[in-house]
Design a binder for this molecule. Structure first.
Ligand SMILES: *[C@@H]1O[C@H](CO)[C@@H](O)[C@H](O)[C@H]1NC(C)=O
Ligand SMILES: *[C@@H]1O[C@H](CO)[C@@H](O)[C@H](O)[C@H]1NC(C)=O
Ligand SMILES: *[C@@H]1O[C@H](CO)[C@@H](O)[C@H](O)[C@H]1NC(C)=O
Ligand SMILES: *[C@@H]1O[C@H](CO)[C@@H](O)[C@H](O)[C@H]1NC(C)=O
Length: 537
């Protein structure tokens, strides 16, 4: 690892006056090693034309891209209405699973399964009928199936004048139709030899949602022992208001959530392993579960953006934890020991960052004043870089892939959340304004108010994503740019570093800053840096 001193993330403030949201999307990559996250979440303003209720659910196809990067403002508004600064991981997952579009998605998947089941039943019945026909034909005829044929021809030959043309024609047509049917049956048989779906409840030993629910229930985790706010809610289904678990679409989503958070229990279950080996997995549930995970990831990201828009550090941090536990497939970020064990077994190490040489400065002026743009510098080390690289390369070699593949597709996400605390007096939370445009534009003001109550030290100064795309990068320099609080005073700025992928890798550190009054300060420009800026670059 030769270049261990690449400069990476340089955080530039977007258009300064547009506040956090615009500066949130950064993508300045220095050296191309660690790229600032580049979020491609698209806000999709759904046309609220009232066609929703009339939406035909019968012929929708679950295979349509459910994982597009779009989240409707309607979903954001719903999620915001369910969250508060003290929301738990479960609250967040429940909110994501019960958003209007998630429910519609779950219902689609449910209806699609029903269609598949109905089709299968029809086919089975038809097949049974055909068999019965064949066998009864067999019985009634003393010899074999070609019996009628012979009779028919025999009449035609011997008693030609007894047969009118019409009857002959009819017999011919009947024969032809019979032949066509037979061929169609054979075709069907061929197709059915490798059925697209084996279905729980129809095919022996096949496991799906019923198995997941009953397995979870044996461990006391189904029905969800804690439904949070869903307990008091009802949902429209089939023209009626029903409870969460009586809504088949939502129930499906909740089963996916319970399955995911209990994946340690499920994935190692002998019945699942055996069914998988025999290809007896009901894909109408398990494949849908994969799609649901992708959908959740997108919604969680939208929820995180919402929390960042609401400037709430606690909620934002809890959401990042939720992203990681959902990705990993466990219940709580406290399962560090278990996770470390898995990591150690796979990589021979546990993923950790080392943070050192933390400093804060005003890049333009000698002094730091209220409202200035400040920069926190730090030296970052990825202690797991070498071991991870070794393992990724080994895995590629095993699969006969060029090692670059592993190195190029690597993705490790981190967040830097900054909050401040005034050490020499009070400061109102409202000085860090919550802007209700953009992502929050349709959020109910009462929901925003829950977050407006947050104190100054609970509010986000800024949030920066950092994506590591080079698994081998061992170290680098990070600059975190942010706008100082607008009130002069002595502050402690706390930086919380959170992983989207790992447990036990989060860290927190603080720096202090003495902010002089921006209205009375006499500015002393720094000598070195302004060169480039003067050149209007
Ligand atoms: C019809 O009869 C033959 C001969 O008895 C037998 O081999 C065949 O299995 C029977 N077919 C059906 C569909 O019952
Ligand atoms: C059916 O009848 C034909 C014609 O008589 C004969 O060749 C054939 O062997 C028979 N098949 C069976 C299964 O009895
Ligand atoms: C990883 O596992 C090895 C062997 O079991 C053990 O000696 C080592 O302490 C573990 N390392 C960590 C960081 O858990
Ligand atoms: C911290 O700064 C010192 C002095 O500039 C430097 O020698 C050291 O290598 C830095 N630490 C890291 C981890 O980069």
């Amino acid at each position: 690892m030769s270049s261990s001193k690449e400069e990476f993330v340089e955080a530039t403030e977007g258009s300064g006056n547009n506040g956090m949201l615009s500066s949130y999307v950064i993508a300045i990559i220095v050296g191309g090693l660690i790229a600032a996250a580049y979020y491609f979440l698209v806000l999709n303003k759904k046309k609220e034309t009232g066609t929703d209720t009339k939406r035909k659910t019968k012929d929708v196809d679950v295979d349509d891209p459910v994982t597009t990067n779009t989240v409707s403002l309607q979903d954001i508004t719903y999620i915001a209405s369910k969250l508060n600064p003290d929301s738990t991981h479960l609250d967040i997952l429940m909110a994501v699973a019960s958003s209007p579009e998630s429910i519609a998605w779950g219902l689609k998947a449910h209806l699609k399964r029903q269609n598949i089941v109905e089709e299968r039943k029809e086919e089975d019945q038809k097949e049974a009928r055909e068999k019965k026909k064949d066998s009864s034909a067999n019985k009634s005829s003393s010899s074999n199936n070609s019996m009628f044929e012979l009779d028919d021809e025999g009449w035609a030959d011997e008693d030609e004048d007894m047969q009118d043309d019409e009857a002959k024609e009819k017999a011919k047509l009947a024969k032809k139709a019979e032949e066509e049917k037979r061929m169609a049956r054979e075709e069907l048989k061929k197709v059915n030899e490798k059925p697209k779906y084996v279905l729980e409840g129809l095919d022996d030993g096949v496991i799906g949602q019923i198995w997941v629910e009953s397995t979870l229930s044996k461990s006391g985790v189904w029905p969800p022992p804690d439904m949070r706010f869903l307990d008091e809610m009802t949902f429209e289904y089939d023209g009626k208001q029903v409870s969460a678990l009586d809504h088949p679409g939502l129930r499906r989503n909740l089963c996916h959530i319970a399955g995911r958070t209990n994946s340690i229990l499920l994935n190692s279950h002998p019945e699942l392993l055996e069914a998988a080996a025999q290809q007896k997995i009901d894909q109408t549930y398990f494949r849908a579960s994969q799609e649901f995970r992708q959908r959740c990831a997108i919604l969680l990201e939208a929820a995180l953006r919402t929390a960042i828009g609401l400037r709430n550090s606690k909620l934002a941090e809890t959401i990042v934890e939720t992203v990681s536990i959902f990705k990993i497939g466990c219940k709580s970020p406290d399962q560090v020991d278990w996770f470390d064990g898995v990591m150690n077994k796979t990589y021979g190490t546990v993923p950790r960052l080392s943070i050192s040489n933390v400093s804060i400065e005003n890049p333009k002026y000698e002094e730091m004043a209220a409202g200035d743009t400040l920069v926190i510098h730090l030296d970052l080390g990825r202690q797991h870089a070498e071991a991870f690289t070794r393992q990724k390369i080994a895995m590629c070699q095993k699969q006969g892939l060029p090692p670059q593949v592993a190195l190029q597709t690597y993705h490790e996400g981190w967040w830097y959340f900054l909050r401040g605390e005034r050490l020499d007096g009070d400061v109102e939370g409202s000085v860090l304004e919550i802007k209700t445009d953009g992502i929050l534009s349709q959020v109910d003001s009462a929901d925003v108010d829950r977050f407006k109550k947050a104190k100054f030290d609970e509010r986000l100064l800024i949030a920066w994503p950092m994506i590591v795309q080079n698994v081998a990068q061992k170290s680098g320099k990070v600059k975190i740019q942010f706008k100082a609080p607008p009130v002069p005073g002595k502050y402690k700025i706390t930086v919380s570093v959170k992983s989207q992928d790992f447990l036990g890798a989060d860290q927190e550190f603080s720096v202090e800053a003495d902010l002089v009054d921006d209205k009375t300060v006499e500015r002393k420009p720094k000598e070195e840096e302004p060169k480039e800026e003067d050149g209007k670059k």
